[in-house]
Design a binder for this molecule. Sequence first.
Ligand code: GRF
Length: 245
Amino acid sequence: MSDYASDTLNDLTPEPTGARRVVVLISGNGSNLQALIDEQTHDRLGGEIVAVISNVADAYGLQRARDAGIDAVVLPHGEYDTREAYDGALIKVIERHEPDLVVLAGFMRILSSRFVQRFHGRMLNIHPSLLPAYRGLNTHAKALADGVAEHGCSVHFVTEELDGGPVAIQAVVNVSGDETETSLKEKVHTREHLIYPIAVKWFLEGRLRLVGETAVLDGTPLPPHGLRLSHADAAEELDEDLDDA
Ligand code: GRF
């Protein structure tokens, strides 16, 4: 009886074998993918990107993957009649790579609920705003139109609510008086490239988890906006001149 119990327990808690596996989904440039690849190259990601999948055949991120020796897969959505059919095919391709974590890095598709549920608790996204502000598209233009003093980006677990899942980490940028959409986007991108690798590493090391509706770091529930890096904190990390803010 006790043997049976301990065998059962062992089945439930397999020893970790090998590096944690990451599949990254992209649709375009892939600068966030590049930030992750760079960390991996320096052995700082806490796992291995085993495949990059794009729904767009000429996404530049695919080239970044190939240059890094990572399997680059194209799965064009135009070849499927429905979102459900596409997402079903995508699930199959992803699962072939047996990922511990699915990373959305500029993957410009609305996800079906089946897809979201399949990777529940092990799928992250990066969004260019300080969530919950400015969900959806054109976040920089909206922030400028509102005249906000602070903008930024957030890494969050993916749930069925668009850009609404629990946030793990976000980074703030100060919006300057002469800011344009282009300059703001550029500033936010530098923060994205800083925080996405951090969140991925936390997850792969088992430090970051989704518990119910809450992102938990090192056993401590995070506030709704996650761990927040101020403009100054991020600038210091990035060796930026604070006067340029
Ligand atoms: C980023 O701004 C990210 O926040 C959003 O899509 C964009 C992807 O950029 N989800 P890149 O392809 O990583 O350069």
